[in-house]
Design a protein around this ligand. Sequence first.
Ligand SMILES: Nc1ncnc2c1ncn2[C@@H]1O[C@H](COP(=O)(O)OP(=O)(O)OP(=O)(O)O)[C@@H](O)[C@H]1O
Length: 334
Amino acid sequence: MSFGEIWDVLSRSSGPIEQFADGTCCSTMSLQDGGCSYASSANLGTITGSMRRRLEDQEFTLRVYPGSLAEGTIYCPVSARKNTTAAEAIECLIERLHLDRTKCYVLAEVKEFGGEEWILNPGDCPVQRMMLWPRTALENRSGLGSGEDYRFLLREKNLDGSIHYGGSLQMWLRVTEERRRMVERGFLPQPAGNDPPSDLCALPELTERALLESLRARFRQEKIYTYVGSILIVINPFQFLPIYNPKYVKLYDNHTLGKLEPHIYAVADVAYHAMLQRRKNQCIVISGESGSGKTQSTNFLIHHLTALSQKGFASGVEQIILGAGPVLEVRILI
Ligand SMILES: Nc1ncnc2c1ncn2[C@@H]1O[C@H](COP(=O)(O)OP(=O)(O)OP(=O)(O)O)[C@@H](O)[C@H]1O
């Protein structure tokens, strides 16, 4: 299937793609240790004051996976209330796991096996984040392979503020990659639900419906980026996603396009390294309707390019280039 064919179908059907932005749904839940129940947002009004107070007082168990920080410990259960902060949970973990107090630690929330990590601020409340997890994630807390592997990880923070990922993330990525290869070769069954491909060229059939369904299914999993060969399709999420932190800069540094999940950093990375290798200027074309996220995407591209070119030395170049953006836009309008 060629990119041209796919592009034809997509450009004929820009309407439905725009509608994705409102496709999110919201639910609240009350949890008990080891179990949970859901109430749709429409039912919120029926939660009485005493129920709310009970919820505030209720104790939950957080499972925190320390990885390489405590070899031999798979996870450490920590009792927490709705208003317990990440800093308080970490204090408890340092005590329980006899960790080095001279070092700095953070809690990271992971929403997918081997997937992206959201670093909690010290004042964030892990239980409140857990309440946003889907029911399946809480019922299916056995670990690998459950499909929706939501969990908290304990990470060490380096002196420069970056996160030390140790061996566990690499191990996770390797296992994920290994599993994908086994599925491809037919040694393992296709995962339930048959995830849409990250590159639309891999779709077995080319219909408008198949293309849009794939994009919609990926968007529902908060995967806003999808490849069509070497082209990247972006669907504006209209919300912040934790996929632009230094971990991602590092992850996509000098990688082969298509090896990892589609990402805007991957496109910037390929252009940057092609420029270095071929010693030729590179050009990235960003096109889309008004409000589709072109400026935001440009900012992410510039962020990644400056991070690559300076490798962590902040010199303000990024701010200077970003500051020139409005002037350039005015110039184009003229
Ligand atoms: N990747 C993204 N993540 C989160 N929010 C985004 C993303 N891309 C766009 N947005 C949101 O969408 C809004 C509109 O995006 P943006 O201004 O980049 O669109 P645009 O295509 O440049 O619009 P115009 O052509 O009218 O200048 C942004 O203010 C931002 O809030």
